[in-house]
Design a protein around this ligand. Structure first.
Ligand SMILES: *[C@@H]1O[C@H](CO)[C@@H](O)[C@H](O)[C@H]1NC(C)=O
Ligand SMILES: *[C@@H]1O[C@H](CO)[C@@H](O)[C@H](O)[C@H]1NC(C)=O
Ligand SMILES: *[C@@H]1O[C@H](CO)[C@@H](O)[C@H](O)[C@H]1NC(C)=O
Ligand SMILES: *[C@@H]1O[C@H](CO)[C@@H](O)[C@H](O)[C@H]1NC(C)=O
Ligand SMILES: *[C@@H]1O[C@H](CO)[C@@H](O)[C@H](O)[C@H]1NC(C)=O
Length: 953
């Protein structure tokens, strides 16, 4: 070993002498050593080993770092003149699990000849950039980007006066409050400090202006606020690339210092809140190649000064308000003898009018034409077909119409992205047409492709995204489709009339998201593609039992509602450990829910990650499912309209501590409302209606802060969202299945359910007083305690429920006067106090005067008087007796069993809650209704309307 080191040193010295003898050119000659080059310097080898000792290397990137000759190690480059390590290229990996981690040892200082150091894309342990790096004086090139450094950028880097290239781009939390050290890097050509927080630095530009050789400056997302009008003596005469995207300038786009930089080739000032007109100044930037002005608040047509920018290759302006005709815009594009314009990217720009009928000169070389989300009208012109360089065509979300035929497409050999969604375009090509292109992205949502399945898709075998939803296809899915689509990542055929069955080979597809909902697909659910994460098969005709092996271990969303799936819920569901959203409502599932706790070999089965579970409208039975003990992250649980029975277990309140929505209506649960339920502090929606619950309402309900205060709904929103957001749509869009019962009707909620705060105990046998605490649930929008046996008075402070839109206390035994505070409920639009024993004067004022059908609100309370009833309170002797009043409303035929107020309540309670809501009793109920007096009929019909949705469904 010693001998070896000795010889190393001898050779090094020899080489040193040799190189000194020659005239030295100071250029990095960092090549991997060939056999002629001697091995590395021993001291540097130990420095490298010490450096490695501080790192952890899960991806084995440094596995070649063994043996004596460190110049042969991967990423280590020695000078072939001096043998010194001059370059260390240890760029990590996009996959952070494969990248280097750990700490950076100061032994790096042993490499004093280092000119090039790249440690980018690694995952160091959230350390600061080491100050000692400022002592690597020979460095020309330093890349520390995206490597999980945090904290202050050390000003010692200012000692690296030889630096040409410095990249500190950071996606962790780095900052600098003083960048004056930069001004010492006078040879710097490339500076990138993107995402470094520079928010406290006002005078950053004068510092940058000390760098006369700067060619590229990237300060993306640095939270910069100041952008001066001009620089007095600009040093930045070599600057070619300037990227100031995503800062906080929020000022007029002109005047501005960068418009004077006529050497600029690439300028990106997107996402900055610049306002004012589209700057004329651009016309002076004759070198400009690419210009990105996206997402500012620029208003008005682009400047006609652009006409002379003969080098312009790309004009990008997403989301500014150009607000003019597309033809006018095309006429203002550079028009030179040698046109270079390739990319025209102008989505969301308020462009109007039709595309011109002839191909204009400036457009002839386009490879990207992106005019999505504008207000374009008219046909898609045939000259599109002459743009033979076209790779991306985006015309989606406009008001275009007419037909696209082979003439538009047959010469577009380079086309990769075709986006035509959300227009009124029909794509009509011959069934035998073979397209010249192989598309990667196919977005044709809401185009007219049908009624036959579009045959040309057969040749698109490399698409990563295919959306042919809502395209009027009324056909059987052809076998070739499953082959063509097998490599598609995102597949959407939603909302057509596609028949056929899912293939048994589906498991071999590469699809990650599938939306087949609202079609006519039948048959069984086969084993799913292995990498599938989101699946929507809702609203089809699927039958049979659920698969015993779903086969998609990463499945996060599974929407199967509104099919005809039968059988029991298999324990295979418990194997879907990533499942977050499961909706199998509106099917024919029966039996009790399989208890994976028992079926798994051990009882320490890990918790499931499900947050949203809906099993409503099935025939499931048995006790409240024990399995749910393992679903500790549940936020939304809906078991309504099944045959579940038994008592509600107290562990709901302990195990399901995140629960915000609990819907158990229309089951056969009995016993008391467990007091533990009120430990669910986030609970904002509790629906226990139509069960056989008894006992009283726990006073501790007031602990449910979900009902007492408004809250930030971001976590809730998350619980209802699924899939990936692409092209303005969630691929798997779940929110539309959510319905809630409020204001007397089953309403379809789209996303708004997260704002619903609801308490519904109706149609049970609850008794005792309505706890005064209920008036503390001030976030409630709907409160329904009807059809129970509550007695005592209406809580005096009920008027505190300022958000309440619907309040139903009807069909109880409530007595006393109506609290006058009721008139302060300004949001109220539906009130029902009928059929109690309330008495005294009806409060007046505010919202109470505006309610519809006012008389029916109070009917069946013999002791009430005053408007809107016809009994005047000033003459109590005129108030009729209970018997007289009842006789008014009821026919003799039914009143015999309903002689007293409470008897009447009980009678109808039995009818409603026991018979009415079983489907088979529906017909009988209609005939019963026919025998009632009109007034009662109306009252019942109103109530009836509120339950129909679910009965019909
Ligand atoms: C280093 O080696 C390469 C190839 O072997 C050679 O082209 C280059 O001139 C050498 N540099 C010096 C400074 O000797
Ligand atoms: C231009 O750069 C040189 C070299 O860094 C510096 O000395 C000079 O002050 C700069 N000029 C301005 C106006 O900042
Ligand atoms: C363009 O440059 C010329 C010469 O420097 C100047 O006079 C003119 O004001 C500039 N135009 C704009 C719109 O800035
Ligand atoms: C489009 O222009 C109209 C005025 O013509 C304006 O009211 C609207 O806000 C603009 N839309 C966008 C997205 O800028
Ligand atoms: C599934 O995903 C893995 C990891 O991304 C990939 O290697 C594999 O090829 C995919 N398999 C299929 C069938 O798509």
């Amino acid at each position: 070993m010693d001998m070896l080191q000795l010889s190393c040193i001898q050779i090094t010295i020899a080489l040193l002498l040799f190189t000194q003898a020659k005239s030295t050119t100071k250029e990095i000659s960092a090549l991997h050593p060939d056999d002629a080059v001697p091995s590395c310097v021993a001291g540097e080898r130990s420095a490298l080993l010490a450096f490695r000792a501080g790192l952890s290397d899960p991806g084995n990137l440094l596995s070649s770092w063994k043996g004596d000759d460190c110049c042969r190690w991967k990423g280590v480059y020695c000078s072939n003149r001096t043998s010194h390590v001059v370059k260390l290229d240890l760029q990590g990996s996009d996959d952070y699990r494969q990248a280097l981690a750990g700490n950076i040892s100061s032994s790096l200082l042993g490499l004093q000849h280092l000119r090039y150091l790249d440690l980018s894309d690694n995952g160091f342990d959230k350390i600061q950039i080491p100050e000692f790096m400022g002592s690597l004086h020979q460095l020309r090139y330093l890349d520390l980007s995206s490597s999980q450094f945090i904290g202050r950028i050390p000003p010692q880097l200012g000692n690296l006066s030889n630096l040409r290239y410095l990249n500190l781009e950071s996606y962790s939390d780095t900052y600098s409050t003083d960048i004056s050290w930069l001004s010492r890097l006078t040879s710097l050509e490339h500076l990138d400090m993107s995402q470094v927080n520079l928010s406290t630095i006002v005078h950053w530009l004068p510092v940058v202006n000390m760098l006369p050789t700067l060619k590229a400056l990237r300060l993306v997302g640095c939270q910069l606020r100041s952008s001066p009008d001009s620089i007095q003596f600009s040093n930045l005469t070599s600057l070619e690339t300037l990227n100031l995207s995503d800062n906080d300038f929020h000022r007029s786009s002109t005047p501005n210092w960068f418009w004077d930089l006529t050497s600029l080739k690439y300028l990106d000032i997107s996402f900055n809140g610049f306002y004012g007109p589209f700057p004329d100044e651009i016309g002076n930037m004759t070198s400009i190649v690419e210009l990105d002005l996206s997402k500012n608040n620029l208003v008005g047509m682009i400047s006609s000064n652009l006409k002379n920018l003969c080098n312009l290759e790309g004009l990008v302006s997403l989301g500014n308000n150009i607000n003019g005709s597309i033809a006018e815009l095309f006429h203002r594009l550079p028009n030179c003898s040698q046109n270079k314009l390739k990319d025209l990217f102008l989505p969301e720009s308020n462009l109007t009018g039709s595309l011109p009928t002839t191909l204009l000169e400036p457009l002839k070389n386009l490879s990207v034409l992106y005019l999505s989300d504008n207000k374009l009208t008219g046909h898609v012109p045939v000259w599109i077909g002459e743009l033979t360089q076209l790779t991306d065509l985006g015309l989606d979300s406009n008001n275009l119409d007419g037909v696209i035929h082979e003439g538009h497409l047959s010469r577009l050999e380079m086309l990769e992205e075709l986006r035509l969604s959300d227009n009124s375009i029909a794509i009509t090509v011959s069934p035998t047409w073979v397209p010249p292109f192989s598309l990667v992205i196919i977005e044709l949502r809401s185009c007219q492709l049908g009624p036959k399945f579009p045959m040309w898709l057969r040749w698109q075998k490399h698409a990563s995204s295919l959306d042919i939803s809502n395209t009027s296809i009324n056909d059987m899915v052809p076998d070739w489709f499953w082959i063509a689509a097998s490599s598609v990542g995102s597949l959407n055929i939603r909302n057509n009339q596609i028949t056929g069955v899912l293939p048994s080979t589906m498991e071999f597809m590469r699809t990650r998201e599938m939306d087949f909902s609202s079609n006519l697909l039948g048959g069984l659910i086969p084993k799913l593609p292995i990498n599938l994460t989101d699946l929507d098969l809702s609203r089809n005709n699927l039958v049979g039992p659920l698969p015993l092996d779903f086969g998609a271990p990463g499945l996060a969303t599974l929407l199967l509602y509104d099919n005809m799936i039968s059988g029991a819920i298999p324990s295979s569901l418990c194997k879907l450990q990533s499942l977050r959203l499961l909706d199998i409502s509106k099917n024919n599932l029966k039996g009790s829910i399989s208890d994976c706790l028992v079926n798994e070999s051990s009882t320490n089965m890990t918790d499931l990650s499900i947050v949203n579970l809906s099993l409503r409208d099935n025939n499931l039975s048995g006790d409240f499912p024990l399995l749910l003990q393992k679903c500790t992250q549940l936020i939304f649980l809906d078991l309504s309209n099944n045959q579940f029975s038994g008592t509600l277990p107290g562990w709901i309140g302990e195990k399901l501590s995140s629960l915000s929505f609990l819907r158990l209506r229309s089951n056969m649960f009995h016993g008391q409302i467990p007091v533990e339920l009120t430990k669910l502090v986030d609970l904002q929606y509790l629906d226990l209606a139509y069960n056989n619950l008894s006992g009283s309402v726990p006073r501790s309900i007031v602990n449910c802060t979900g009902m007492t205060q408004r809250r930030d709904n971001d976590d809730l929103r998350d619980a209802f969202s699924a899939g990936v957001y692409s092209a303005g749509n969630y691929l798997v869009d779940y929110t539309e299945n959510l319905t809630v019962l409020t204001k007397g009707q089953e309403r379809l909620y789209t996303g708004e359910i997260i704002y619903m705060v609801n308490l519904d105990f109706s149609c049970n046998s609850l008794m005792g007083e309505i706890p005064e605490e209920i008036s503390a649930l001030v976030a409630l929008k709907s409160l329904n305690l009807s059809w129970n046996k509550f007695n005592g008075k209406i809580p005096e402070n009920i008027g505190a429920l300022m958000q309440v839109e619907s309040l139903d206390l009807s069909h109880n035994d409530l007595s006393g006067e109506i609290p006058s505070s009721l008139s302060t409920l300004t949001s109220l639009s539906r009130l029902n106090l009928s059929y109690n024993n309330l008495r005294g004067k009806i409060p007046t004022g505010n919202q109470l005067q505006t309610l519809e059908d006012p008389a029916s609100i109070y009917i069946g309370n013999p002791g009430l008087c005053g408007s809107p009833l016809s009994w005047n309170c000033s003459h109590p002797e005129q108030v009729p007796t209970t018997r007289e009043r009842k006789g008014d409303a009821m026919s003799d035929m039914v009143s015999f069993s309903l002689a007293t107020g409470s008897g009447y309540v009980m009678g109808l309670w039995v009818v409603f809650c026991t018979f009415l809501f079983k489907r088979r009793w529906r017909a009988a109920w209609y005939s019963l209704c026919d025998n009632l007096y009109d007034h009662v009929y109306v009252q019942v019909a109103v109530t009836w309307a509120s339950f129909r949705g679910r009965i019909n469904g």
